[in-house]
Design a binder for this molecule. Structure first.
Ligand code: ACO
Length: 413
């Protein structure tokens, strides 16, 4: 088998192959209406061919910026379009593509790779771990009365959504620039968020709100009229019970989020509101007077993270508490093994090779899972995946790896 980067000449072969692998037809808009593959770049696409030149497998990556804890923006390769023809599966084609791609990415200086997994069983063996999580929150409108914020003093607290901003509803087609700009402000402060390169909006690649699929967009503006949040939504059929589904609620701060949530929950002729992509521990549920008004479902993994260079990745992110840990990291897929002393002082980490006895022994996939602060290390210790060599090591890791807020990735790619 031969694996090569595609060129403009064989890019259409790549597109045909990935569509056959996914059981789709090229030109068929995927959910959301956009041609998702139009944002791919030929020189970031790999095509696997058999000895006789037949194309059988594909993998590609986008150049994204990923927001790390501490509002650090880091380059990250967004792996996508991974597919092997149904006739050639379970013969090692994907394994060969993954190995080739990981080495390519490293050669290009990447230290982080991320993806959204079509199935959860595929990518752990290649060193990826689930690092963000989401669920749906379905709120029955007749029970959606807001809770009175208990921390509010004599002065109105903007976090209760009673600020002086305004909300205007616009059709998706009229507010592309606004939502692009708001998303870009938002993602710079949200751990786990990815950039949406400008050409994605121009190409309408991806899912709402990027794609042209009809949507209403509730745009929130601050008191100076500057857009600072939006909720993109669609309202379903009247029968059996009318549902307003919010694709994304994007807000530059909690007060704006609260105002937008109140706005959609106040929509007439709707029985329930479904908020998609709600991360664990989100305040929205606590902002309802009746805690059972919101029902959580569809709990799933979001962004998977793979560290390509452990010291670089660990020193890149921001840290919120001082501490020290010796990490013994195995990378079975790439046949590597390293032991690192991680020392955090004043929000910055140093990470250097060491011979000292380890505090934690872990697989690189588990380091990926805890890297953004969305998976608690002690959960993986209790699950039997991370080995803690002393009683306090897991607690130190829990404190160290935490982020300022739960990581979240709403970008589909
Ligand atoms: C980021 C993204 O693009 S996600 C999209 C992934 N693509 C798809 O879901 C499209 C449909 N599926 C496919 O094209 C293929 O089945 C692929 C790409 C998932 C797997 O390709 P293959 O060439 O069959 O994988 P390969 O033979 O290299 O398998 C490697 C290992 O992964 C395992 N594996 C492969 N696919 C799966 C799966 N879907 N679930 C669980 N394990 C899997 C194999 O059993 C094998 O295990 P082993 O090393 O213990 O023997």
């Amino acid at each position: 088998m031969e694996i090569r980067t595609t060129t403009d000449e064989d890019f259409d072969v790549f597109v045909d192959t990935v569509h056959t692998a996914f059981g789709l037809f090229p030109g068929t808009p995927v959910e959301g209406g956009g041609l998702w593959w139009s944002a791919l770049e030929a020189d970031r696409c790999l095509l696997a061919r058999t000895q006789d030149g037949r194309p059988v497998g594909t993998a590609a990556s986008y150049a994204f910026e990923l927001t790390l804890p501490g509002a650090v923006l880091a380059p990250a390769a967004g792996v996508t379009a991974v597919g092997v023809l149904p006739s050639h599966r379970r013969q090692g084609v994907l394994s060969a593509l993954m190995r080739h791609q990981l080495h390519d990415l490293r050669r290009c200086g990447e230290f982080l790779s991320v993806l959204l997994a079509s199935e959860a069983g595929i990518y752990g063996r290649f060193g990826y771990g689930p690092a963000t999580y989401t669920s749906r929150l379905t709120v029955q409108r007749h029970k959606a009365a807001p809770a009175v914020p208990r921390a509010r003093g004599a002065v109105a607290d903007p976090a209760d959504g009673s600020g002086t901003g305004t909300v205007e509803v616009l059709p998706r087609a009229e507010c592309g620039d606004i939502i692009e700009e708001v998303y870009d402000r938002y993602r710079r402060a949200q751990p786990g968020a990815l950039s949406r390169p400008r050409r994605w909006w121009a190409l309408r690649a991806g899912r709402p709100p990027i794609s042209p699929e009809p949507r209403y967009v509730a745009v929130h503006r601050d008191e100076d009229g500057v857009p600072d949040g939006y909720a993109s939504y669609a309202v379903g059929e009247f029968a059996p019970s009318r549902t307003l589904t919010v694709d994304e609620t994007i807000a530059v701060d909690d007060a704006v989020f609260t105002a937008l949530a109140r706005f959609v929950l106040g929509h007439d002729l709707v029985a329930q509101v479904v908020f998609q992509h709600v991360p664990p521990g989100h305040p929205l549920r606590w902002q309802l007077a009746d805690f059972r008004a919101g029902e959580v479902s569809g709990d799933t993994d979001g962004l998977w993270v793979r560290l390509l260079d452990v010291p670089r990745a660990l020193t890149a992110r921001g840290w919120f508490t001082d501490g020290e840990l010796v990490l013994d990291v195995r990378d079975p897929f790439l046949g590597e093994h390293g032991r690192y002393a991680l020392t955090v002082r004043d929000h910055k980490a140093e990470c250097v090779p060491t011979d000292r006895a380890p505090d934690l022994s872990l697989d690189v996939r588990d380091l990926g899972a805890i890297y953004l602060g969305g998976t608690v290390p002690s959960t993986l210790v209790r699950a039997g995946h991370i080995r803690a060599h002393s009683p306090g090591a897991a607690a130190v890791a829990d404190a160290l790896f935490g982020a300022e807020r739960c990581p979240l990735c709403v970008h589909w790619f």
